[in-house]
Write a protein of this length. Sequence first.
Length: 220
Amino acid sequence: MTLQANPTVTVFERSPDEGRGLARDMRVRWALEEVGQPYDVRPVSFAAMKEPAHRALHPFGQIPTFVDGDLSLFETGAIVLHIASHHEGLLPLDADAHARAINWMFAALGTIEPTIVDREVVLYLERSESWFEQRLRTVEDRIRGRLNDLSRRLGDADWLDGAFSAGDLMTVDVLRRLDGSGLLEEYPSLYAYVARAEARPAFNRAFDAQRAFFNAAGAM
Ligand code: GTB
């Protein structure tokens, strides 16, 4: 009998989010926890991320990457979809519901997340510009537009389309990046949606694992 090695996920050696679980390895850890797949993590420094050895795994020199046997992936959408496709629990068996869950994954990554990343770019890179305040307002209004539409679609349902799926996992992980902005609080149903997802045992295992890793890295 040959022992199958666990998949390995690369993570920040020391995450700038200080253990808040806002970097994108969190969604991969969470997906792995939801399906009960054990995994290993491999820390990578900012410098090592840009070295050829890491770029062989990730052409853009970023984390996370996912290596499982001979397979190596580097985009979180593809990684979570791969995990969800190879285990039960994150994608419905019904073909149409399955496609709709993937639809929500793409919506999270392609329609919601870019507006939230824009805000981070403004805050971290454009603060000294004369037009900073005006640009921040514009970008935040664009986020509000997305949150408004999303909350209207969610209505009073627990999840976006029936049972919790990879579509919810990705949407919630994207929304979590608004932590500290006050924007999510303007939409109580979305705030409750994120809280509901964060109460899942798998989320908590993933969150605790990344926080323990951050604390251990800090102690070194
Ligand atoms: N599209 C890719 C994917 O989804 O996998 C994006 C990957 C990505 O942006 N990775 C970031 C990275 O490696 C980490 S997650 N950045 C380093 C670099 O580009 O040199 C983004 C992130 C970083 C930090 C926080 N934080 O501190 O709160 C939150 C999110």
